[in-house]
Design a protein around this ligand. Sequence first.
Ligand code: F6P
Length: 349
Amino acid sequence: MSEVRRVGMLTGGGDAPGLNGVIRAVTTRCAGEYGYEVVGIKRGWKGLLAPEEDSVVKLGVEDVRYILQEGGTILLSSRTNPYKNEGEAKKVVENMERFGIDALVAIGGDDTLGVARRLHEDFGVRVVGCPKTIDNDLSATDTTFGYDTAVSIATEAIDRIRTTAKSHERIIVVEVMGRHAGWITYGAGLASGANVTLIPEVEVDMDAVADLFKKRAERGEKWGIVAVSEGVTLGEEYITQDVERDEFGHVRLGGIAETLAKELKQRTGIDTRHVVLGHLQRGGTPTAYDRILSTRYGLRAAEAVKNGEWGKMVALRGNDVVTVSLEEATSETRTVPEDLQQVLSTFFG
Ligand code: F6P
């Protein structure tokens, strides 16, 4: 196999604060230290499946020097799935050859990294993965960058909502992102002291939730905060924004907070409102923690390219950044475990 001269990098799936930290670190080490040529591929896998005029851009140390504080991704993103249509994936390999890309750093969640794993297995593509998602639901790493920022944003929002809920003696239900894992809601619910925190991992007991707020009202607190994951259901189907699914089969979750607010008003007689934090949780500058974690991920991904650790993903284990197989990394969704569920329920009331 030819030696690696040109390294491509792409960001796929939902954006997360810290993506530019990875891009900056990979480029600085690969181009600045190792002497590779680095190119950015725009719009995730779309940039290699159906390239546009601007899909491939050269990246040098000076291009990335000041992007660490920038939210989002300078390489744009998409939810394009090269394996959606039979036989299309090989176009990715053909376009890598066309652009002279010898190795790839794929930064993404389970969808993006699942494609990276298959390209490596099916075509021997030299790829290194870097875990990214605010959902923090990737099984093989302790934490993904973007998570700390999302929890900080949601916590600050709930702290603000608390003052208006108390002033108007209302229960306000706050809907938090995280798809089918409750990590962001767990973190923000705990950090903000929400009166009730509902996550997809725990079935909702509506009687118990209503009773909790009735008891609060009896002691003069006719108000409160419910933090609820977008993936929580009240027994039936997920509440979704519309019927269409993305190229990886995901529905667009959203609407549980409004449903829950109506249900609580009907059961308790207390006025309610709801707030959907939505994409606020993915926006803006990363926290210091996420700037540091994304930088460490990017540096180790560059090392993995130099070492030829293909088919691997960088991962945080304790305070060490290591590499694990992409197969292990994309095997299952990491959900909030029992012991942390107990931590949450300790403070319900
Ligand atoms: O995976 C990150 C995430 O923000 C989920 O928490 C959320 O359900 C989804 O992306 C939203 O996707 P989109 O930005 O495509 O609407």
